[in-house]
Design a protein around this ligand. Structure first.
Ligand code: 6GU
Length: 244
């Protein structure tokens, strides 16, 4: 897979690309990441990429010409082009899986007050990573690239990807490691039992409990199977008992 990132600040990505799982995925040849700096496509003396907004108001707006010339310089036949903006569709795990299937993903980072809206019709989608405002799209593009790259086959162990939060529509169960007793704070007994079926059931129940209380929105959308429905009845009974 190839990911091309269009940005005014490619140096922001140095640590991201040279560390841990992302660095390993690159060295294994699973992904290449390349950059285009909009500034290189600004042709006036001062290499302006932005200008003040028509109609007035604070801040600067990124101009069509340098952004679209930069984009046209890297477009390929089967590429998928996303533009990062707080006004885009909210990003999620399903979109990460979707993106991981493309040969070439092009990500446009905005900066300043945003981009000239005429740029929008030249991309496939507008994407936001959540309901807060960042100073630019660079961090958002790292969030997207990270979540996509770790899904590429050979990037991480397959089963570590399957159990996680969001993959089955539920939050992940709590994890523990050595020691079994940390200053009197003990790991749940069942995890030390060696009974794989009991452990699986306990984890599923904890996932359901966590999702139900922390993310009622996800829980409402999750289709409970028979086993899960039974566990939810247990959870409700336990809650009722605790109230008495
Ligand atoms: Cl994609 N860009 C900016 N500037 N802020 C954001 C965002 C993107 N997603 C959430 N906040």
């Amino acid at each position: 897979m190839r990911i091309t990132i269009l940005t005014l600040f490619p140096e922001m990505f140095d640590g991201f690309l040279s560390t841990s799982i992302i660095a390993r995925a690159i060295s294994r040849g699973l992904v290449t990441v390349d950059f285009v700096n909009y500034r290189d496509f600004a042709h006036d003396t001062y290499r302006h990429v932005d200008d003040s907004p028509f109609g007035g108001g604070a801040g600067m707006v990124m101009k069509c010409q340098p952004v679209l010339d930069a984009l046209n310089s890297v477009k390929t036949e089967n590429c998928h082009i996303i533009l990062l903006t707080p006004t885009g569709t909210q990003y999620g795990q399903a979109m990460a899986h979707n993106y991981a299937a493309y040969d070439h993903l092009i990500i446009l980072c905005g900066h300043y007050e945003g981009m000239d809206a005429r740029i929008y019709s030249h991309v496939d989608e507008l994407v936001s990573i959540g309901d807060y405002v960042l100073t630019g799209g660079e961090l958002a593009s790292m969030v997207i690239a990270d979540s996509v790259i770790r899904l590429l086959h050979g990037s991480i162990k397959e089963d570590s990807a399957n159990d996680e939060s969001y993959e089955n529509g539920l939050l992940e169960y709590p994890q523990y490691t050595q020691p079994a007793d940390y200053e009197g704070d003990k790991v749940p007994e069942v995890l030390l039992s060696g009974d794989h079926e009991k452990v699986r059931k306990w984890r599923l129940k904890e996932s359901l409990k966590l999702t139900r209380t922390k993310r009622p929105d996800l829980f409402a959308r999750h289709q409970l199977n028979k086993e899960e429905q039974k566990l939810v009845y247990q959870i409700e009974d336990e809650e009722a008992d605790n109230k008495q």
